[in-house]
Design a protein around this ligand. Structure first.
Ligand code: BG6
Ligand code: MG
Length: 217
């Protein structure tokens, strides 16, 4: 197995189970549009930026809205989401993540975040994990949403590691496509049927660290 020098983590759905809160917050907006957003619809929104997500929901609902309303819905969605995550803390870190981060740190592997979320920093702070990350590329630092590779390419160039030596942990199909388009190794976390071109897939992070984390680094 090729050894990697850098680990790039997605946030929502990999480090913490915030994916369910994004879903609930979008479901409220969709219901205003008379659309019942399903878990299957939601899979397509994972990894996608806030405004691209609203564009996709409008297509699903077959609706057109004015720019002012579009902006208002984005604000409303985020306020609902922030309310859901207001008490988030270290107990919400998904199993295996803290162990993986300290293991990687001990091995001197560079650690970065590649997330579409504009709330990434506050979430990492609340989880008490922010100091593990040498670089944080979030929704405030990219113009192009996953599946575009920009977020992971920026992280690798900031860390000074070539893409081929970077390994990405992702729970969304858009994120896996983004990592592959960046020329990186893509490790999917979740059920294999959700993904199309990942290099490896594990049901959860605990299974990954118990069996294989060492072989990648
Ligand atoms: C991604 C989530 O990490 O961030 C998406 O998977 C979300 O569901 C996107 O829409 C943007 O997040 P935020 O916090 O900026 O609205
Ligand atoms: Mg995710």
């Amino acid at each position: 197995m090729k050894k990697h020098e850098c680990a790039l983590f997605d946030l929502d759905g990999v480090i913490v189970d915030t994916a369910k809160f994004h879903f609930l917050a979008w479901k409220k907006i969709a219901s205003i549009l008379n659309y019942d957003l399903t878990p299957i619809d939601n899979e397509k929104l994972k990894g996608v930026s806030r405004s691209d997500s609203l564009d996709m929901i409008l297509k699903m609902a077959n609706k057109n809205i004015e720019t002012s309303k579009f902006k208002a819905y984005l604000i409303q969605k985020n306020l609902t989401y922030l309310e859901y995550i207001k008490d988030i803390n270290s107990q919400d870190i998904l199993p295996g993540i803290s162990e993986a981060l300290s293991l990687l740190k001990n091995k001197n592997i560079k650690i970065g975040l590649g997330s579409a979320s504009k709330n990434a920093k506050i979430i990492l702070e609340r989880l008490g994990l922010i100091n593990y990350f040498e670089v944080i590329i979030d929704g405030n630092k990219v113009e192009k949403s996953k599946p575009h590779p920009q977020v992971f390419l920026k992280a690798s160039s900031n860390l000074g590691i070539v893409p081929e030596k970077c390994l990405v942990f992702e729970d969304s199909n858009a994120g896996i496509k983004s990592a592959k388009a960046a020329g990186m190794t893509a490790v999917a976390i979740g059920s294999p049927e959700k993904f199309s071109n990942e290099d490896f897939c594990y049901p959860d992070f605990l299974t990954l660290i118990q069996n294989d984390l060492d072989k990648f680094f």
